[in-house]
Write a protein that binds this ligand. Sequence first.
Ligand code: TZP
Ligand code: MG
Length: 214
Amino acid sequence: MYPDFPYRLYLVTDHALCMGRDFFWVVEQSLKGGVDIVQLREKSLDVESFIQKAEKLKVLCDKYHVPLVINDSVEVAKAVGAVALHVGQSDHSISEAQKIVGETYPIGLSLDKSEDYESPESSKAWYYGVSPIYATPTKTDTIYEWGLEGLSLLRKKTEKKLVAIGSIKTSNAAEIISHGADCLAVVSGICSAPSPAHAAEDFKKEIEKGLKHK
Ligand code: TZP
Ligand code: MG
């Protein structure tokens, strides 16, 4: 049995989008503003540097009692005792990863298109990343857009928690929640915001509005 997933605002990090500001400052501001789960997503660090950064980030997340999730790397997740791992369709499968970290270790899975939900592996996910809701310059290799319609259809098929990602702004946050997302994952909308703390606060307010219209 996996732990519950009560989270609503998920910061997915991208150091390149922090506008030259200190990465840990940006994350801490977002935590002050109400981010309640954080994913460290690093595409170019070697394992040793990834582990060092993850260890430092875990200390920060622990201070705010917020879980740290590691993107892609089972090795890093295990080394730093992260709460969970997040994998995409082309990463380790959940079963392979759980051979290393244990079969009850929580692993979130990105669904890149509606067929991905049908794969037997998907039933082992802790939550689904609905990826992307809308195309985004932050990740240019996506193959499909779920849109509000795809999100609503997926909502009808599963009770697992749905984490929406991709071009989520305060202007569309409430409707994405009211169409079935449980949680919003945001990169540029927080990392690049003039005030990551205020951006997170604004997202939380929009999420509350969306929840009232479910
Ligand atoms: N996976 C699907 S879209 C995306 C990821 C990591 C990036 C979302 O970035 P943004 O800046 O919130 O649109
Ligand atoms: Mg991946």
